[in-house]
Design a protein around this ligand. Structure first.
Ligand SMILES: Nc1ncnc2c1ncn2[C@@H]1O[C@H](COP(=O)(O)OP(=O)(O)OP(=O)(O)O)[C@@H](O)[C@H]1O
Length: 244
């Protein structure tokens, strides 16, 4: 899906020949130190910023160097590191806005989505009539995911979905994301700094360092890769601290 992407800012190479794949129903993790280029890669995949070379292809359509709207129409759903909900609308209205546009663009797939089930799966039923801006932080993060799923995406990008969540919430999030990936048959690409979360959730993981993929494989393979240990896992601040 991402093929040999390069991206520079004013001559500074931030992504160098990055390729990655996320198949249908697969949950893939992307990890790396601060400044490695993870957000830039997500922005390139969702066509929020253009690439210098290489391409991003979703469902056979080239999405790179188009527009975020084209990315969404090609099947990409996403959440943001900084939550971007309609804070004055209710939880249900936030999800309905997304679902309404999916009913227009993908009527068959969208009609099969039961919004009540989706809210329940992400533990949001009790909050359905609350204003999104008044929800606890962890619930706002889950609402972002539900809203992205209401678009009936073929690929879902989750940017730091577990940020600020406690161990119990993170564990519930893992179950909900797995169930959704299975139910929707969508590929999921997840970025997070919580290594235990990524290692538990993902089937495969890519490690980005200084704009290059330095390792990829199963959680076990990545955890034992000497280069990954040296540049990332070995850092005391990245040691897993929570049990899920
Ligand atoms: N718009 C921009 N203009 C210039 N440089 C940028 C821009 N966006 C990102 N960078 C630089 O690109 C590099 C990668 O940044 P990026 O935010 O993609 O890393 P990251 O892996 O997401 O980091 P973090 O984990 O801290 O969010 C950094 O050196 C950053 O300063």
């Amino acid at each position: 899906m991402v093929s040999r992407v390069c991206k520079s800012f004013s001559g500074l190479e931030v992504l160098r020949d990055v390729s990655l794949r996320c198949d249908e129903g697969e949950i893939v993790g992307l990890i790396g130190p601060n400044g490695a280029g993870k957000s830039t890669l997500i922005n390139a995949i969702t066509a929020l910023m253009p690439v210098n070379s290489g391409e991003v292809v979703i469902n056979g359509l080239r999405v790179s160097n188009t527009t975020p709207q084209f990315g969404a129409m090609s099947g990409l759903g996403r959440t943001f590191q900084n939550i971007r909900l309609f804070k004055r609308l209710t939880v249900r209205q936030n999800v309905e806005v997304a679902h309404t546009s999916a009913l227009r663009d993908k009527p068959g797939e969208a009609a099969a989505i039961d919004l009540d089930d989706l809210l329940a799966q992400f533990d949001l039923s009790a909050f359905a009539d609350w204003r999104a801006g008044s929800l606890p932080y962890g619930s706002q993060r889950r609402l972002e995911i539900v809203r992205a799923l209401a678009l009936a995406p073929d690929f879902l990008l989750l940017d730091e979905p577990a940020a600020g969540m406690n161990a119990g919430e993170t564990s519930a999030l893992i179950d909900a994301v797995r169930q959704s990936s299975k139910a929707f048959g969508c590929g999921v690409l997840v970025i997070d700094h919580d290594l235990r979360f990524i290692m538990t959730l993902c089937n495969r993981i890519y490690v980005l360092d200084a704009g290059q993929i330095i390792a990829s494989g199963t959680p076990e393979e990545v955890r034992n890769d000497p280069q990954v240990i040296e540049v990332y896992i070995g850092h005391p601040k990245n040691q897993p601290t929570q049990d899920h």
